[in-house]
Every structure is written in structure tokens, then in C-alpha cells.
Design a protein around this ligand. Sequence first.
Ligand SMILES: C[S@@+](CC[C@H](N)C(=O)[O-])C[C@H]1O[C@@H](n2cnc3c(N)ncnc32)[C@H](O)[C@@H]1O
Length: 255
Amino acid sequence: MASIRRHSRLGPAPYQPTFDIWTGRNVASTLGSMTSTLTTQPARDVLSRLFAAAETQEAQEAAAGPGRAPAAPARELSAQERADHLQDVYMPVSRDGGRLLYALTRAARPQTVVEFGTSFGISTIHLAAAVIDNGTGHVFTTELSSAKVDQARANLDAAGVDGPVTVLPGDARETLAGVPGPVGLVLLDGWKDLYLPVLRLLEPKLAPGALVVADDTSFPSVMDYLAYVRDPAHGYATVSFPVEDGMELSSWTGG
Ligand SMILES: C[S@@+](CC[C@H](N)C(=O)[O-])C[C@H]1O[C@@H](n2cnc3c(N)ncnc32)[C@H](O)[C@@H]1O
């Protein structure tokens, strides 16, 4: 008797015919079975673990409630002080945001990707996976918290995507000054009040058509950045994209 092979839930997707409206035929969908560095081990497992840890952390913070929040500081903290204060906090891009970053990096095929705000490396893993699958390019990412720099490097290594990544420890306003151009894709995800100065620092190095992705654009502290990229005089074609806390996708048409 012939044996019957069962597909495990995590195994290859079974053949599922799809109706093609143009030909009227059933065709096999390749979407369910498409593999990439992002969706195969070890990157897939490291991302699952990191997203789960970040979600647990957010749930614990929400359960603690506003009454448990630390008292407001007597003075405004510096970027470094904020980074040290939040050195255990993930604050990652959303899962959809990560997939969007992967897809944009595959589409744009940038030689140089720059990320402002590494944290534990969740977004960096998405960018690096795309660069690996493109077969070309390099990711420069920067992080102020030295504890997070060590964690991010370990996570990138465990995910098997550390090859095309340089993690620059320190303040983006200094570390990114030395990044080689032309820069084809930028992710802004550090402190929100620094999006604009970091963009202005990188602007002379942007390649024609370079994509600039800003995360968390629903935050009030991103207003000055949004006003800048949305002013046509500054040379961007820009659109707001509805993932979780909002992303702004801007293409550099100036220069
Ligand atoms: C929202 S988190 C980044 C999350 C990360 N992109 C991800 O998806 O996992 C912001 C990070 O930016 C870092 N950061 C903030 N200001 C910075 C600066 N001026 N230079 C370098 N890193 C900075 C913070 O320490 C923090 O870890």
C-alpha cells in the first residue's frame, strides 16, 4: 500500500490551485512556498524569539499601567541618557513593518543601507536578509546603548545575517558621518527628535531615488521631520504608509 505523506503545519505548503482571472485557469500560487533568508532558519527562529520577547515586554508594561511609570525627570535627558535608561527595551518595528523593509530593500537593491537605531537588531535582520537575498549591498546600523550593540551583534550572528552588516556604536550624528555613499535606502528609527538632523547629515550622500523610511510617524515628535519631507521644495516624493505606528516612505528626487 502506498504511504500517505502528510504536510506538517510548518512544512512545505501543499499545492493549492488559484483561479487566474485573466486565463480562467487554475494556477499554482507560489506565495505560500516562497522562501527567503527571512523565512528560513536560523533567521526565522531568531526573529520569532525576539518578537515574542518584545511583545511580552510590552504586555508587562501595559499591565503595570501608567501609575508604575518612572517620574518625569527634572530636566530633559540627553540622547545618551535616554538610550542608557531604555537599554533593556526593544521598541522594534512591527512585523508588517519588518516585512515592508525586506520587500523595499529587495526592490531597490541598494548598495548601501543605513539604519539609525539598531536596538536588539530586529529591523536590522530584515534589512540584512534582503541584502543577502539581493546578493549585493551592505548595511550600516548605529546604536547609542553599548549593551544593545552587544545584543544586536549576537542576534545578527545567531540569525546568520551578520556578514553584510556593520554595527557602529555611538551617536548617529557622529557615526553616520563616515558612512560611504551613495546611500540607497535609509531607515530612521532612533529618537524621533533626531530624524531630521540625521536625514540632513545623510542627504549629500543619498543616491538619486534613494528611499528614506521613517518609523513611528504618529508620534508628535516626528512632526518637524514630516513637515520637512512633505515640503516639495526639499526634494522628496513622499507618502504615509499605514503600518502600526505609521511609516513615511520618501524617495529622494532632489540633489
Ligand atoms: C525604536 S528603537 C530601534 C528599534 C529597532 N530599529 C528595531 O526595529 O528593532 C530606537 C533605538 O535607537 C537608539 N538611538 C536613539 N538615538 C540614537 C542616536 N542618536 N544614535 C544612535 N542610536 C540611537 C536607542 O538607543 C534605541 O535603541
